[in-house]
Design a protein around this ligand. Structure first.
Ligand SMILES: [Zn+2]
Length: 63
């Protein structure tokens, strides 16, 4: 079983590594919920979370 991490900055879910490959932010295992964004411009949730790039994101990321 893999422990996925989420980026504290952009909320991207990252499978491996210590830094977010998308924005260079710190990763955390303290996150909940996933959302897969396919077309950010058509997704209300993506707008709420300020997501502009398709991908897999965490709904909540802890400190
Ligand atoms: Zn990031």
């Amino acid at each position: 079983m893999t422990t996925y991490r989420a980026c504290k900055s952009c909320k991207r879910i990252v499978e491996k590594g210590r830094k977010c490959p998308y924005c260079g932010g710190d990763l955390t295992t303290n996150w909940k919920g996933t959302i897969v964004v396919i077309s950010p411009e058509n997704s209300e949730v993506a707008k709420l979370l300020n997501i502009t790039t398709p991908g897999k994101y965490a709904l909540r990321v802890g400190k």
